[in-house]
Write a protein that binds this ligand. Structure first.
Ligand SMILES: Nc1ncnc2c1ncn2[C@@H]1O[C@H](COP(=O)(O)OP(=O)(O)OP(=O)(O)O)[C@@H](O)[C@H]1O
Length: 278
């Protein structure tokens, strides 16, 4: 974590603040009473079973979903749609083959796509786009139409696009999904650097904590309309998750990885092959 306060004593202004935040649809409460301050440089992993409200949490911070009560702020100001302070790596969707855009154009959109009046010099723009393409391992297909790229290749471009504007808050919705191991590491490293070197607060929704476990400062775990928040060691415990799920959940540490097991399928966060112990 980075302390961006001048003297290192006064707490840095939180980049994300939620107070008694609740959200629900058609009378059903997804989660409620959420209080959270995210500091500059902090990496928050958001976990929970399908439908627990993880993506909705990101949509609240994007200003796309309204809270049913409470407040949500980004860098001290109420959340709003289209804020240039917020970068977003969405859940993977495949782009249509005929999408009329090259890979490099998609990344450039993150630099000049939503900032009226602020345009980089074309040479600087190209240089920055080249840097970002290289950082996600996309140089080889920089001039390809995006619709012809694989899901994982497109996902790497989304990561580069989200980082392009150096956002204060970086929201990631399962950004590693469909990436091979090498590119999982490259994208994770890029996101981590954004937090550590540039002080962005990172909110990282994932079903699997292990690929990012060494970078996580805190975990926000949603289930059954409730949540728990704390360090990985505080939240990823058998007793805490059993309480949250209302059923028996075992958390086992094996070679630095966490295996979360339950008799209920919906709360399984491990791949069975990870249990193929020697
Ligand atoms: N605009 C909406 N109107 C009504 N219901 C919604 C709306 N948006 C989300 N939901 C519902 O809220 C619940 C939580 O959705 P959300 O996408 O946040 O879950 P999630 O935790 O991200 O799940 P997953 O792990 O499957 O991606 C789901 O049951 C979903 O159908």
């Amino acid at each position: 974590m980075t302390d961006s306060s001048a003297d290192g004593l006064s707490p840095a202004q939180p980049l994300v603040t939620l107070r008694q935040a609740s959200v629900g649809f058609s009378g059903r409460t997804l989660w409620e009473g959420l209080d959270l301050d995210l500091a500059p440089g902090e990496f928050l992993a958001v976990l929970g079973p399908n439908g627990a409200g993880k993506s909705t949490f990101l949509k609240v911070l994007l200003g796309l979903t309204r809270l049913s009560s409470g407040t949500a702020k980004i860098a001290g100001a109420p959340v709003r749609r289209g804020s240039s302070r917020v970068g977003y790596i969405p859940q993977q969707q495949t782009m249509p083959e005929e999408t009329p855009m090259r890979a490099r154009d998609m990344v450039a959109l993150g630099l000049d796509g939503h900032r009226f009046g602020i345009r980089l010099h074309p040479r600087r723009l190209r240089h920055r786009v080249d840097e970002l393409l290289e950082a996600v391992g996309a140089t080889a297909y920089a001039d390809m139409p995006v619709g012809l790229l694989s899901g994982g290749e497109q996902q790497r471009l989304r990561a580069a696009q989200a980082l392009a504007s150096n956002p204060a808050v970086l929201l990631c919705d399962e950004p590693l999904h469909s990436l091979d191991l090498n590119h999982q590491q490259a994208v994770t490293e890029l996101i981590r650097r954004q937090a550590v070197e540039r002080g962005s607060a990172v909110v990282f929704v994932t079903h699997e904590i292990n690929p990012v476990i060494e970078h996580v400062d805190r975990v926000l775990y949603f289930a059954r309309g409730q949540y728990r928040i704390g360090t990985t060691a505080e939240v990823m415990r058998s007793q805490v998750l059993s309480e949250l799920y209302g059923s028996n959940v075992d958390v086992i540490e094996h070679k630095g990885r966490l295996l979360v097991m339950s008799t209920h399928d919906e709360s399984c966060h491990y791949h069975p092959e990870e249990l193929a112990l020697p």
